[in-house]
Design a protein around this ligand. Structure first.
Ligand code: DX5
Ligand code: ZN
Length: 213
């Protein structure tokens, strides 16, 4: 299976976001990972739907939008209309995960669920029919540049088994580098998010291909 790379623009130059998105598109990114943080669910504040909408004309690639906001339901429509393709929510960020996933799909978008390092894979067991992507956080959400938490590799493996032959993507986010990427793909991940490993040194194409292994 070929791995997809979803560079996180959290590590981009925020003063030149449109150019940065075009640059990672040209460098071979498969998806564009957009980290949305509210200063409440996570201890950091990033971008909102207006920025997603402003970036939309800069690339035709899939917008992989990672919502780290609580409550999340009131904002799903705005992110859908801003041009998101995949909308991923945290399992803990709403009271009714199944309802949230249905809401995302009601706008014709792919629905993702993200699991924090301490969250067991069992939280998705009974919603698999409503899920298009599962995102395993291999750092605690909130900041780029943190170290990969190795205990998550076993979770990726268990999720891969749970998914079976369902058409669900398995994505890993946090501390993904050319060293940790092979651990994720060997365990069954098919989408890798990387911020600092893609944007370091300005060599985006080489950095992306290094992650593909
Ligand atoms: C963290 C974000 C990640 C982050 C990854 O909360 O969800 O997407 O940008 O950054 P790196 O790859 O630097 O760990
Ligand atoms: Zn993310």
């Amino acid at each position: 299976m070929t791995v997809k790379i979803s560079p996180s623009i959290l590590s981009a130059d925020f003063a030149r976001l449109g150019e940065e998105v075009r640059a990672i598109d040209a460098a071979g990114a498969d998806y564009i990972h957009i980290d949305v943080m509210d200063g409440h669910y996570v201890p950091n504040i990033t971008i909102g739907p207006a920025v997603v909408q402003a970036l939309r004309p800069h690339t035709a690639k899939v917008f992989d939008v990672h919502l780290m906001i609580d409550p999340v339901d009131p904002y799903v429509e705005a992110f859908a209309k801003a041009g998101s393709d995949i909308i991923t929510v945290h399992a803990e960020a709403g009271k009714h995960l199944h309802r949230t996933l249905q809401l995302i799909r009601s706008f014709g978008k792919k629905a993702g669920v993200s699991l924090n390092p301490a969250t067991p894979e069992s939280v998705v067991e009974y919603v698999l029919d409503s899920v298009d992507l599962i995102l395993v956080m291999s750092v605690n959400p909130g900041f780029g540049g943190q170290s990969f938490i190795h205990s998550q590799v076993e979770k990726i493996r268990r999720l891969k088994q749970m998914i079976g032959d369902r058409p669900i993507e398995l994505e890993v986010d946090g501390g993904v580098t050319p060293e940790t990427a092979p651990l994720c793909t060997a365990a069954g991940a098919n989408v890798l998010v990387a911020g600092s490993a893609v944007f370091k040194n300005g060599t985006y194409a080489a950095n992306i291909s290094a992650l593909r292994g």
